[in-house]
Design a binder for this molecule. Structure first.
Ligand SMILES: NC(=O)C1=CN([C@@H]2O[C@H](COP(=O)(O)OP(=O)(O)OC[C@H]3O[C@@H](n4cnc5c(N)ncnc54)[C@H](O)[C@@H]3O)[C@@H](O)[C@H]2O)C=CC1
Ligand SMILES: O=C([O-])CC(=O)C(=O)O
Length: 326
């Protein structure tokens, strides 16, 4: 994959850490980040295997420096990082929901967030570990507790939903995915995932049963992969692609590119009056992270129903994350 795929400008460069770099997502994500010209240093951490992954990835012929850190070297790994991506934690097996991962992943994410808050409190944190609807509030509350929370710096990575919506729509209408830029709002699990096909030129025409099937496939795309992997985990390669894509958007914005707008799950005022204070919508990114939170825009009656179904579930997931840290 060409580095140009992700970015062409390398004006200022950034130290990036991957926590969970030895895993199914962490390894290919580290490889993709090694190809990003905006990354100057890559700090790879895991409780197992990170030095090996780092030695391997470090041979790729791009200028960034790669270092691997073993289990007891978390604080070293975080020194001077500006962006931290977290794919650490367990994945689903068939029959599990993302919320079933909470018991294991909540404390992993909380402890990693506490270390980031201590060592690199102004870092931008990109949370991949599930359940994202809860792990993002966990990171935010942990930063709050440490007195260093900046809502412009904490992101839940929902890009895989956007990637899926684009690909699945393209297959239904026979277009190329680049023409199918679908905003996906809400959260990242089942009914909390709300694709807005009406907001794309080519998606407007899909109606009736094909529309219902398309929405369902985006909302439950993760289950397709969990089922096909049959106990060996969940999406890793498409997630690494999506994580690298979102990291590139943020890196470009941090480095001064204007007009970078993409969906991501952030602390948001949009539905705070309904008790939902984290929400994914189209976010304009800037040199300090979140620059502008766009409202969801015009919705069709079907999309309005999807949003109404999303909010109560999302609220439960968010409250559970906050309660865990409190
Ligand atoms: N946001 C999204 O769209 C998606 C999220 N995910 C989530 O990403 C997470 C990781 O998935 P995979 O990479 O497939 O799992 P994996 O099991 O292959 O890798 C996880 C890695 O995390 C490491 N780890 C565990 N505890 C750690 C700690 N305290 N510090 C550092 N590293 C630690 C493990 O050693 C392992 O290498 C899961 O929670 C999964 O549900 C997966 C796909 C999409
Ligand atoms: O389905 C899972 O558990 C992993 C995930 O979040 C996704 O693939 O969207």
């Amino acid at each position: 994959m060409s580095a140009r795929m992700f970015s062409s400008s390398a004006a200022r460069r950034t130290k990036v850490a991957v926590l969970g770099a030895g895993g199914g997502i962490g390894q290919p994500l580290s490889l993709l980040l090694k190809q990003n010209p905006l990354v100057s240093e890559l700090s790879l951490y895991d409780i197992r295997g990170a030095p090996g992954v780092a030695a391997d990835v470090s041979h790729v012929d791009t200028p960034s420096v790669v270092k691997g850190y073993a289990a007891d070297k978390l604080e070293e790994a975080l020194q001077g990082v500006k962006v931290v991506v977290i794919p650490a934690g367990v994945p689903r097996k068939p029959g599990m929901t993302r919320d079933d991962l909470f018991n294991t992943n909540a404390s992993i994410v909380r402890d990693l967030a506490a270390a980031i808050a201590r060592v690199s409190p102004s870092a931008h944190v990109l949370v991949i570990s599930n359940p994202v609807n809860s792990t993002v509030p966990i990171v935010a509350s942990t930063f709050e507790k440490a007195g260093v929370f900046d809502p412009a710096h904490i992101f839940g990575v929902t890009t895989l939903d956007v990637v899926r919506a684009s690909r699945f729509l393209s297959q239904v209408i026979g277009a190329v995915p680049s023409e199918c830029d679908v905003p996906v709002v809400g959260g990242h699990s089942g009914a909390t995932i709300v694709p807005l096909f009406s907001q794309t030129k080519v998606g407007k025409a899909v109606a009736g049963e094909p529309y219902a099937k398309l929405v369902n496939r985006v909302q439950f795309g993760g289950d397709e992969v969990v089922k096909a992997k049959d106990g060996a985990g969940s999406a890793t390669l498409s997630m690494a692609y999506a994580g690298a894509k979102f990291a590139d958007c943020l890196l470009r914005a941090l480095n001064g590119e204007k007009g970078v707008v993409t969906p991501t799950f952030v602390k948001s005022p949009l539905y705070a009056d309904k008790g939902v204070d984290f929400f994914a919508s189209l976010i304009e990114l800037g040199p300090n992270g979140v620059q502008k939170i766009n409202p969801v825009g015009n919705l069709t009656p079907e999309e309005q129903k999807l949003l109404e179904a999303c909010l109560p579930d999302l609220k439960k997931n968010i409250d559970k994350g906050k309660a865990f840290v409190a």
